[in-house]
Structures are given as structure tokens and as C-alpha cells.
Design a protein. Sequence first.
Length: 269
Amino acid sequence: QSTYCSTMVQHCEALGRAVQVVNLDPAAELFSYPVMADIRELIEVDDVMEDDSLRFGPNGGLVFCMEYFANNFSWLEESLGHVEDDYILFDCPGQIELYTHLPVMKQLVEQLQQWEFRVCGVFLVDSQFMVESFKFISGILAALSAMISLEIPQINIMTKMDLLSKKAKKEIEKYLDPDMYSMIEDSTNILKSKMFKKLTQSICGLIDDYGMVRFLPFDRSDEESINIVLQHIDTTIQYGEDLEFKEPKEFEEDKSALVDEYFQDHVNE
């Protein structure tokens, strides 16, 4: 998440666009960009773990910190001040449990909406993890669980595309706009249990029939790739008074064309 924030900050600065970052990860260490607010000023995981009366490990300490944060949203309100028309990145912890098992991130979203923020979730998945059908389906379910829990528009991104080989980039292209029924064949061929085959078929069918999850490639070394992601987020939150909004069908066609152009440029390099 920090790499994503750093890349977006640099990109927006190059565009002459104001952007702020708020760190909401109490276990964060170093940043390559300035932050307007840092949750570690309120509470830090290391302090919680070192407290003899609490005796938490890393995961328990993080949960404690985030629950403490949820009870002290006034700190965030004071830290944000009176911001108008600013684009703010909230760098959140990456532990999926915070989005699927606990209410704290949902509470944060609801609080931001009460403060009249337009909120869009950006779900990041390592592209190097998503190169096999089983792993891809697992990544989709993780993204879907966050979407259901937070109930906000969500942009799903495959990160670290710049670290993939040419062959891997070509291979991963099919996962950006996947044919889930082909995935079923790839996955169920190695499953011996009929029960798990049926479960996998049901999951893939649900995802394909409703078009619930799609991914965008994110290559921090490519300005066009970064801009594609930013444009999707801008459209989702209606950022900018002069932004021209497209009809959904045209928007999807533009997205497909941009993604196709990205891969044509990079796979053929």
C-alpha cells in the first residue's frame, strides 16, 4: 500500500494536482512521502505489544490499535482539519481480517461519509501471486469479501506489474478480464473431491454471471498505467468539477481499450 501511495503522490505532483496521505497503519515504519496525519501519533503496535498488562502479539496488537482508533475518530477529524476538494489517500493496514471479520474499517468508511467524503476502496493484489487459477480465485474472493463488507465502490488492482517477465505479463493478461468458465476447467482438473469441484464451479459461475470483480494492471514504471488507475478512481468518486463523465457502456469499452493497449506496448517490448 505504501508503494502505491508513493507512486500516486509522485504522479499527482507531476500533474500539478494536490494530494494528501493519511497513514492509518499503526505498524508502519518508514515513508518516502510526507503524511498529513499519522495514526502512530495516537497509538502504535510496538507500544501495545510492549505493554505488560496487555501481552498482545503482532496480530492482536494491531486489532487492539484499530479498535482504539475506532473509539477515537475525533483524533482523525482534528488531524484532517477543514479540507476542501483535496484528494486524500488513506493508507490502511493490509491484514484482510480487518475488512472481513471486524467492523472497524466499515465504521471508518461510515464516519468519512458522514464527514461528506466521497470514498472509493482500492484493493491491491500482488500480480506475482495471481498467476495460477486457484490463486486468482482466492484473490477474487478476498476482493469480493472486502467489497461486501465495506459497501463502497472498489477498484481492484494487480500491483508490481513492472516486476513480471514478458512471458508472465502475457500469461496474466487473461486474468484481467477472465473467462471464469475456463478457470473452472483449469481448476477442477486437479481436484479429486466432487464436493470441491462443485463448490469451485459455483464460485466461478457466480463471479462470471454477475461480473462482480475485475482487475486493472498497475505498473509503477509506466505513467499510462498509473493514469488509467487514477482515471477509474476519479470517475468512481466524481473527482473534479469539469470531469466529463461517460455512460457505463462507453466507460467499459474505454477501459478495455486502455488495458489492451498497455499489454500490446509491454508484452512486445
